[in-house]
Design a protein around this ligand. Structure first.
Ligand code: SF4
Ligand code: SF4
Length: 293
């Protein structure tokens, strides 16, 4: 019986040669490892639930690592939003029990790695080797071979998506977001739990609801502001944004004012020529996303 460790390398949206080289070097470094099954997939955040890459992640045997160009916390909850489950760190005990009941599998361990977090391919490869050596999850699947690249052919055609991602480890189901959003993005499931029901209704570049969520549970992984994109630690940058706009006089409660301004702008089909004042300019800067690409 062989242990199998699955690795998914999510391509960058960009054509930056350095990013492409890093992705390819990681794959090359792990290619010959006997118990590692490596897949290269299109940009994680742009995937849709029915894609081949998502199916491959759902079906992956054994412990799994997902490497992507977004924050690790964002990766974790994007996977959740794509219904890639079965991991031991699922927050809902009921959900975990349901997973266990519907499968003979033990729950697998998920590791998310930010491809910006280490200096080179060798350090990523070494981290993966250590994870694979420590993998506790076994199944009688055939030994790993170099896998084809599920869904990689979609990479050139994938639409760039923009939608909120909920961190259910933080969410208290307070419903602020569903009350705030005027575009019908949010809904509730059968248990009255908040969910992103119509992700494609979200207005590209709008991060407004992330500012009104009292738990900072809403992420936009491609936003330029780390606190909105899913960085962990203090969420001070939200406040720093406000001080830029209000000349340092803002209180944390002003996040709602800013969010309302952002939401208002996305309600307008055409932005007014006049009135493009300093506030609009700063809002544009704040809403700038994907700045790294
Ligand atoms: S506002 Fe935040 S905490 Fe409240 S339901 Fe929405 S995501 Fe959850
Ligand atoms: S970012 Fe704006 S459009 Fe998108 S869900 Fe939040 S409030 Fe709605």
């Amino acid at each position: 019986m062989a242990s199998q460790f699955s690795v998914f390398v999510s391509r960058s949206r960009s054509t930056d040669p350095a990013k492409i080289a890093l992705e390819e070097s990681i794959v090359a470094a792990l290619d010959k490892e006997p118990h590692i099954r490596i897949h290269v997939i299109p940009p994680l955040y742009d995937l849709r639930p029915g894609s081949l890459a998502v199916q491959a992640m759902r079906d992956a045997a054994g412990d799994t690592a997902v490497l992507s160009w977004i924050y690790e916390r964002a990766t974790r909850w994007v996977l959740h939003s794509l219904d890639v489950r079965g991991f031991a760190d699922e927050v809902s005990e009921a959900e975990s029990q349901e997973t266990a009941a519907s499968s003979d599998r033990r729950r697998r361990t998920l590791t998310c790695l930010d491809l910006r977090s280490r200096p080179d391919a060798a350090s990523f490869a070494e981290a993966i080797r250590q994870l694979a050596q420590g993998a506790e999850w076994y199944e009688s699947a055939p030994n790993a071979e170099r896998a084809d690249t599920p869904g990689s052919g979609e990479a050139g055609t994938l639409e760039r998506r923009w939608y909120p991602v909920i961190d259910y480890a933080r969410c208290t189901n307070c419903m602020e977001c569903i009350d705030f959003c005027l575009f019908g993005v949010y809904g509730v499931d059968d248990a009255d739990r908040i969910l992103v029901e119509q992700p494609d209704q979200c207005r590209k570049g709008c991060p407004a609801c992330s500012r009104v969520c009292p738990e900072h549970a809403i992420m936009f992984p491609m936003h330029a502001t780390p606190a909105i994109a899913g960085a962990t630690g203090d969420v001070v940058p939200l406040k720093l944004d406000l001080s830029q706009i209000f000349g340092g006089a803002a209180e944390p409660g002003d996040a709602r004012t800013l969010a309302m301004s952002e939401r208002e702008r996305h309600l307008k089909p055409v932005r007014p020529e006049a009135g493009s004042d300093r506030l609009d300019q700063l809002l544009d800067e704040l809403d700038e996303f994907d700045a790294r690409e």
